[in-house]
Structure formats: structure tokens, C-alpha cells
Design a protein. Sequence first.
Length: 244
Amino acid sequence: MHRYIQVSRPSHLRANIIRLLLATVLFAGLALTATPVARAATITVTVTSDDNTANGNCTLREAVIAANEDRAVDACPAGNGADAILLPAGNYVLTIAGVNETAARTGDLNITEAVTITGAGRLSTTIDAGGIDRVFYISGLANVQIAEVRITGGDSQGQTGGGILLAGGSSLTLLNSRVTNNTGSGAIYFTSGALTAINSRVDNNPTAGIVLGGTASATILNSDVSNNTTDFNGAASPTTPAAR
């Protein structure tokens, strides 16, 4: 025969246990609300000029630095993870000369962290390197999307990637954009990582349009790659031919 023994606790002990449980739940709730959720920053560029000076504005160069380094730069808010840089309509010309510098302080815009750069349309927003350097140098395994802009005026000064150089296994999605009139060993050049071009144009560059080598891969969807010295050059080929 089984015997079931019921153990009763004094009422004051039961009350203490209930209060302890309620306090634990309350403390856990406070701990959760006290920890803010990290959110990526949205950085809106406020002027078309090019500077890196504390003068109360947010230039494209300063926005890139803020996104790379997760800190406020002039009037650009601090980046935080995979940030978004918004470019209103306008002609953004790079004017601070200086090649072979990798922190975006001079020359091209060095991107080292995940970011999305979005303009107002490739007919309305232009990023022009003005012949001082290439336009973008993407490295550091960064996952980057560039959308709704025209990229032009790049000159890699005898080096690779007249418009965009993709290095170090980074990836780039080019969306509704145009890469045109850039000088160097390929308007877009990379030997590792991945390029995806969607509804975009790589055209009228006095060099190869897209140069791939090493382990690089390219996916070209509904895009036009034409009127360059050669459309594609290198060991890899696009997985989808460019739409004409």
C-alpha cells in the first residue's frame, strides 16, 4: 500500500516564498528593459561638398567614416553595425586628394564595415571622384549595397579599380545604379568576394567594365555591361549574362 504524505508549510512561509518569486520576476523584467537593443544607424548626408572638418555638416566622406568607426563625425551620427547612408539628389564630388590612404580621410571612400548607401536615383544622385582617385575601395569582409546612384570620375592613378575596388573577400550589391567614365584597370575590379549587379549599368568606361580574378564571382541580373574597352575580363564569368 502506498502512502502519500502531504507536507504543509506555515502560511507566513508561503507568503515569503510568493514575495521572493515576485521580486525575482520583477528584477528580471527590469534587467531586460535596462538593456537597450542595438540598432543600426541611419546617417543622412546634408551637403554635397567634400570635407572632414568639424563645421556642423555631414558630408558623404564623414558619413562613411562614422559608419566605419561607429562614432559620431561632425554632424553625422555614430554608426552602429550595418548602417544606412542616405544621399539626397545632388552631385557629390570628392575633392580631398591623397592616394594609398585607407581610412577615407583622403582620396577614395574606403568602406570597411557593412553599410547600405542609397541615393535618389542614378539620374539624380552622382558620386564623382573628380579624377583624384577611384570612387570606392571596399575591404575588410564588408557586406555593402550601393543603390540609386551614378558612380563616375574615378581614376585609380595607375592602380586597379577605376570606379570600385573590391578587396579582402568583401561583397557588393549594385542596385539600380550606373558605373560610367572611370579610368583604371577595370571600372569594377576584384580578385575575391562577390559582386551582384541588379538593374544596373557598367558602361562607357575607357577600361574593362568588370575585371574578375582569383576566387571572385559575379552575378549580373537585368543589367547592361557595354561600351567599355572590354565588358568582362579575368578568370571568372558572370553567372547570368547582362541584359541588353
